[in-house]
Design a binder for this molecule. Sequence first.
Ligand code: SF4
Length: 80
Amino acid sequence: MRIVVDLTRCQSYGQCVFLAPKVFRFHGEEVLEYNSAPDDQVREQVRWAAAVCPVQAILLDYLDEQPEAVSQPERGGGKV
Ligand code: SF4
């Protein structure tokens, strides 16, 4: 998961800081800082933070994640 916050939209409401404090924090009183590539353990918190941001400034993408390997059925063995 990667995060981009549109800081021109962010109004420093702080909901993201409250919901995902390991990812978002304020530097000073109003400048939002964030980890753009958070651990999977906080993934759900980040999704909630993005959902509740009043100005929808938090954008998420999942391009850095590998699709789960699709297991191929094993073929019946034996020598030919
Ligand atoms: S919830 Fe949205 S507006 Fe509020 S601090 Fe976070 S990014 Fe900014």
